[in-house]
Design a protein around this ligand. Structure first.
Ligand code: EPZ
Length: 420
């Protein structure tokens, strides 16, 4: 098990560059299998989920060539009946996008129920609803999802019962090669859905409305491969923005799309930070001794992103006053609270809400990362705490952040990674 050891109390300062967006990459990589020819994907982050997906495609017999921050995928060798290995599919949530892709290409797919962060129940009923609307049969038996459409897929109207990023993407993937037009209503509007639609349209798909709550996909006969650069990761950017405020530092974050960070910027300014945007960079400073208490409610985009809730809760743990943080997306996304209590926080969780009584400062302690964003939150806590913090379970963080410790060290943090 890898761990990091942090000596806190140092202000972050300098500049850092954000990589490609994890949650876009893990959709674009499987989407390349829809095309008849090779695609070249750029601005890839060197994170665990990307290497697992590369292993999945190689295990399916595909040619995958990786350079430093790009990947070429040639789906020519793809044939019907290939199933991704269960042990790989279970290592990340996004393996289930292979259902939509293989169903679209071959009229059948079989993928083990996905893994991913333990942040609550992670149902896929809306994915199944969409596949069935397109004419597929779907079953879940012994932990494996099987979908089949022996007569092909036919465009349909799908109204999502809940705003779901995964279901929106999976249905969009399946519908791209269907016969006729599919409309997804109550669709998720996250920027990575727009990014995926941009990639697919560059390959010859006919998708309109991505980024709104109604997406229209006119099925086409085939797609050709193409080149695509993935958009920046707004959650990585948010992590650095919050860390800058939490350590009362001064950090310039490059390679961002400021619009995607509006909910983070608004909350940090409300908490007393200074945030300035300049082209594709954003600068965060905090001169107040302690942040103001603010209330946060996680919502689908463009609301405050659930993936930044845990890091934001750490900043609010030392605010002047009481903050109320409502987690409306994942009922299990408060596991970091028990770990933070070891560092002197005063947080009470009642159902979907964390009531955070700000304390003057955190104290370093040994803690354990329980999931990807909880790990990032604990690193921020260690950076701002007095004394030494040791965080185990850093493998969780490696899934979604490229060299996070190195990037924080380059900003002045005293942080070392070691095998524990
Ligand atoms: C994606 O998960 C992200 N993961 C998550 O990021 C992110 O937290 C989430 O979207 C919300 O933005 C990837 O993109 C790989 P959802 P996903 O389907 O697609 C309910 C991270 O830290 N729901 O939008 O699984 C569900 O229970 C990860 O990078 C159903 O009820 O999320 C939840 O309450 C963690 N039925 C809500 O919808 C379904 O069929 C949103 O889930 C699907 C979802």
């Amino acid at each position: 098990m890898a761990k990091v050891v942090i000596t806190g109390g140092r202000r972050l300062h300098g500049r850092v560059r954000v990589g490609g967006r994890k949650n876009s990459v893990v959709a674009v990589i499987p989407a390349t299998l829809l095309a008849e020819g090779a695609s070249h994907i750029e601005n890839l982050p060197a994170i665990g989920d990307v290497s697992v997906y590369a292993d999945i495609l190689k295990s399916m017999g595909l040619s995958v060539r990786q350079d430093r921050d790009s990947m070429s995928i040639d789906p020519t060798g793809l044939v019907a009946g290939i199933t991704p290995p269960r042990e790989l599919a279970q290592r990340l949530r996004a393996s289930y996008y292979l259902l939509g892709v293989l169903l679209a290409r071959f009229g059948e797919a079989e993928v083990a129920l996905p893994g991913g962060c333990d942040i609550g129940l992670r149902p896929i009923d809306q994915h199944i609803k969409g596949f069935r609307a397109l004419g597929a049969e779907a079953t879940i038996e012994h932990g494996v999802v099987r979908v089949s459409a022996p007569h092909g897929l036919t465009g349909a109207q799908v109204y999502l019962d809940v705003v779901s990023v995964g279901a929106t993407i999976n249905i969009m993937l399946a519908a791209t090669l269907a016969d006729g037009t599919t409309t997804i209503e109550n669709a998720a509007k996250e920027p990575h859905i727009v990014d995926l639609a941009d990639y697919l349209n560059s390959c010859g798909a006919k998708i309109q409305g991505a980024g709104t709550d109604v997406i229209r996909i006119r099925g086409v006969k085939s797609l050709s491969g193409c080149v695509h650069a993935v958009i920046p990761d707004e959650i990585e950017a948010a992590t650095f923005m919050i860390a800058a405020a939490a350590t009362r530092g001064d950090v310039l974050i490059d390679n961002v799309i400021p619009k995607h960070l509006d909910p983070i910027t608004a909350k940090l300014v409300e908490a007393g930070a200074e945030v300035t945007q300049n082209g594709d960079s954003i600068r965060v400073t905090m001169s107040r001794p302690r942040p103001r208490a603010v209330n946060v409610k996680t919502l689908p985009y463009p609301g405050f992103p659930t993936d930044a809730q845990q890091p934001m809760s750490v900043l609010l743990s030392v605010a002047e006053g009481t903050s109320f943080v409502t987690e409306s997306i994942w009922e299990g996304r408060f596991k970091h609270v028990d770990e933070l209590k070891r560092m002197g926080t005063n947080i009470r969780v009642e159902g979907r809400m964390a009531i955070i009584e700000g304390v003057p400062k955190l104290m370093g302690a040994p803690v354990r990362a329980t999931d990807l964003r909880a790990g990032a939150a604990l690193i921020i806590a260690g950076l701002m705490a007095e004394g030494q913090t040791e965080i185990s379970g850093i493998e969780h963080v490696d899934r979604g952040y490229e060299r996070l410790s190195d990037k924080f060290r380059a900003l002045g943090a005293k942080i070392a990674r070691m095998q524990g």
